[in-house]
Design a protein around this ligand. Sequence first.
Ligand code: FES
Ligand code: FES
Length: 151
Amino acid sequence: MKLSFRVNSKIEVLDVEPLTPLIEVLRDRLALIGAHQGCTGDNCGACTVLVNDVPVYACQVPVCQVDDAEVRTVEGLTADAERLAPLQEALAKAGATGCGFCTPGMLMIGLALRQRQPRPGPEELRELLSGNLCRCTGYEAIVQAMLEVME
Ligand code: FES
Ligand code: FES
């Protein structure tokens, strides 16, 4: 199947098996390895990307569902690869990362919430982050760092 979609504002046209998980297309075909493949089972959120500004588990989305859509990955957080986006900077400064495996997914959740609502409260952020697991940080530092950026 030939399909086209935008990834981080760039149009991609691919010939691909329609049921291929989006995460595999991003990582293996487009070399966008920021979104991680963790459980591949709808549990961890490490693969979170935005499709038309909505966070999704990219391991659960067949690529045919993003035909004509806008996909955003952690690589698209900033136009300048040499600089960190504000959310990234905040997590780094707050020491809100451990191994970093969950971090791209967490950042996409933060971005989605920020786009949806300029000043979210801790409960809204915690609720949206509840599908993203972190084994290292205990979550509080992530929540606090993100809220500071969104104030
Ligand atoms: S890799 Fe997609 S939810 Fe875990
Ligand atoms: S920083 Fe290691 S899983 Fe979150």
